[in-house]
Design a binder for this molecule. Sequence first.
Ligand SMILES: Cc1ncc(COP(=O)(O)O)c(C=O)c1O
Length: 519
Amino acid sequence: MSDIPNTLSAVCGAGESSHQLIHSVIVEWLRREVSPLIERVDHDASLFGLGIDSMGAASIGSQLEHETGKKLNPDVLYELETINELAEYLDGIQLSRRPVVTAECAEPRGDDHRSAAPASPSCGNGLMARYERLNRRVRSLKERKLYFFEPVISEHDGAWVVAEGQRMLMLGSYEYLGLLGHPHLKKRAVETIERFGTGHHGVRLLAGTTTVHRNLEKKLADFVGAEDAIVYSSGYVTNLATISTLVGPGDVVIGDRWNHASIVDGCRMSGADFLEFAHNDVQSLAEQLEKADGAKTLVVVDAVFSMDGDIMDLPATVDLCKRFGALLMVDEAHSLGVLGKTGRGVQEHFGLHPDDIDVKMGTLSKALAGCGGFVAGREELTTYLRHHARGYIFSGALPAGQASVAIAALEVLEREPELVARLQQNTHRYLAGLKSLGFDTAASVTPIVPIMTRTDGIALEMTRLCRSEGLLVIPVCYPAVPMDAPRLRTCVSAIQTPDDIDFALEVLTRAGKQTGLIA
Ligand SMILES: Cc1ncc(COP(=O)(O)O)c(C=O)c1O
């Protein structure tokens, strides 16, 4: 925030009341949070550049709501960059929540942030202005050396990588079992590519299916205790294609509020009435099931939540779905290979019956060290999906080489269940270490361990400090997580040694003390 005074100016475009109101709310916030000496802000200055993070935007937004009595959309507030843009948005609400747009410019949701874009002479220009806002943010972060997305990895060596030219311990990977460089997986991939080539002959339903795909589907079904499985080319596509096929207009789909974006997108795409319940709150789920009022209903939840590392209360969810006659779909992206004695996931963890989960979704891209996604369940279900899921029918097959990687990973997991035990031991050592140091790890009980940082600024500074000492951590801020919950998202792997974990704890301790996150 050292550059903040430079971005302030004596210019105050007085005259319009919403401009003045916004100006005074922002200056009040800056005085409180940044410096009591701040008096004025340029109406065209980037609020982000002034150091107003997502929580600042939330606080300013709620103050504006209080002052004006208007309901503001937090996503819009976060996107708008200057006092002038905010004023335009605020005035727009007063005049009309649905400004008239030409057919060419029309966006799907008339009252969302897109309609708040400044009026522009042409559609193209208006769109480019929106993209430019994000570009300015990215440039500003890069200039301040606070841009941490897409660190480029040039070498991979067990738990360690060379990223951005520096050797670092990887603490941000979903590669839970350490199979990414496993000789068995690599050998299988090479053999299969030699046999079938690098790609495919097309979509699965036409000419893209090989014996390897069928073997993988059989193996996955056996592994999770289902009749059959269907494999898609990515986990994201799996959720999108499956949910939007299983329910449609006139049906109801209900999801946990913290579900992964691919689930949310699938629910929205389905056209079914989409209801959400409070995170991991079965009472709230029951209320939504009541609301569904007898409609054909799908409930969809993550088994382990990807940003928080907590586990869904599946036994209670199963009971409720049975009581209300709803179909239950569970995303096992972060529980397969992770939960249960043998890594069979959430079903094994809770000792559920194989039939308790109707639609078992998983990815091949995390513990299985490959790429792709799958759904396992009754054969009627997989047959229906094969003939209706557009992401399956209209997208090229997962290459056979990748399918063989997942088979090989499952073979290793069956042969070496001790990998799962090692992952669980590492998780315990790491989590206990963080807690004893005074870090807030939210409700995590799995290898996904958030370190809550209170502000975006601390998340970024912690990341900078850790990476400078050779620890690759990932900052996560709004909109990936709620505005008031920025964090480092760290992940444990079975391949890390006790020394690796101690190293991570030492670096985090120094960074935590330097940023004031821990005493
Ligand atoms: C819970 C969850 N589901 C689905 C996906 C999508 O999987 P993939 O990365 O294999 O496309 C992810 C990815 O991170 C995830 O976390």
